[in-house]
Design a protein around this ligand. Sequence first.
Ligand code: NAD
Ligand code: UDP
Ligand code: UDP
Length: 431
Amino acid sequence: KFYEPHVAAFGSMNSGGKIPLGLKRKGLRIVVTGGAGFVGSHLVDRLIERGDSVIVVDNFFTGRKENVMHHFKNPRFELIRHDVVEPLLLEVDQIYHLACPASPVHYKHNPVKTIKTNVVGTLNMLGLAKRVGARFLLTSTSEVYGDPLQHPQVETYWATSIQSLVNKLVQVSSAKAVRLTCARHEACVVKGLSVFVSSHGGVGGGGRLGMSLLTLDPIQDTRVKEPRNWRVINRPVHIFNFGQSKRVTGARGVRSCYDEGKRTAETLTMDYHRGAGVEVRIARIFNTYGPRMCIDDGRVVSNFVAQALRKEPLTVYGDGKQTRSFQYVSDLVEGLMRLMEGEHVGPFNLGNPGEFTMLELAQVVQETIDPNARIEFRPNTEDDPHKRKPDITKAKDLLGWEPKVSLRKGLPLMVSDFRQRIFGDHKEDST
Ligand code: NAD
Ligand code: UDP
Ligand code: UDP
């Protein structure tokens, strides 16, 4: 059910909440920031098809006019070249906020700009939502889970998954874990290591040497209220080396401009919701693929598909045993629209739970495009997450959503688009 367009959107000062006759519209007025990009342009297609008026706001950093030019003649479509880091005045009912480079190649290109886009850009769009009473949807990312120790990832990961971290500690150290409770929080002490872990995901060295704890859940307030009640058994002996999980325990790496940026964007979104009453929605998107993906963005699906088409070897990083879950773009768009129209703030994981190793993905690409495509192993980047797979129970239960397109069905749907863009073959349809 669509809600009434907000009166502020019509600039009316004394209409008493009623929309003047003749100005009543059938569809909604919707801004899609980043709407000339991969996901955004597919969303725009669906919104236009539904009868809404769509304004795309994009600075074309990674987006392309070609992705939306089939709407140029439609009076319900507008395209504005604008950088969301600058304020923007518009009158709309809904804001889908997607503007942000999404692939490592792009977001690492200018990390400071990536942070500004996530923080200042999101702030501006929330300010806009507040001013006109629009509903605001943030596209966050599975990267907020870091290199997760819990598998698959649930939305409450950092608030509830301490046991898995402790299990990992025990596994690595063969020490016995002791569990403590304090008010509504939990702490775990690993004997001999003097490491304690609080239920907000912070990790300390123990006792007076305890490091300042990090708040890792952008949604819930999980700070420790009574730190003095925490007890650490054994005086500090060792400082535990967290190895793979260092990215989520404080050290900031080259991906942080993106994942910390998105965490901050989530935090801002919740604060505008709590503090200013803005209606918000948060999606945490898992790896998505489909037509119109940037060809040379370095992501695994676009790399493999382009490599197979160009008869180049498929570059598998590391041993290729790391996993990802790949979602076809139409499933994501359906999830985003259900989230926007539904009653729940989120965050919601939107992803396909089908999990593949990179070697298995290479095999699907071979089956789909070229059975003779060779595989070439390359060194992996240091901070590459080992596993990723969404738990989508919450989206299933509350949004009635689940992905429909499997990897084997979806992959062939992007091949003709890639072929056309790589070889300029105009005979085939792009979408
Ligand atoms: P994309 O790079 O194709 O699209 C991003 C769009 O935002 C581009 O059109 C780009 O030009 C625009 N943009 C970037 N910075 C901007 C700025 N400062 N002002 C205005 N426009 C700007 O990426 P995508 O895959 O379509 O991702 C869309 C959103 O979904 C992003 O927020 C991304 O973080 C999120 N997301 C995507 C994935 C995925 O697998 N594709 C996964 C998790 C999250
Ligand atoms: N903003 C915007 N468009 C609007 C309203 C606000 O771009 O229609 C920007 C505004 O410039 C500010 C940010 O959003 O930088 C936050 O706005 P808000 O009103 O929440 O805060 P304030 O302007 O009081 O800092
Ligand atoms: N990857 C790969 N070959 C490539 C590009 C990426 O094996 O040519 C791996 C990469 O190391 C990672 C996985 O594929 O483990 C997914 O990488 P991508 O950049 O697509 O997404 P993200 O790491 O953001 O999930």
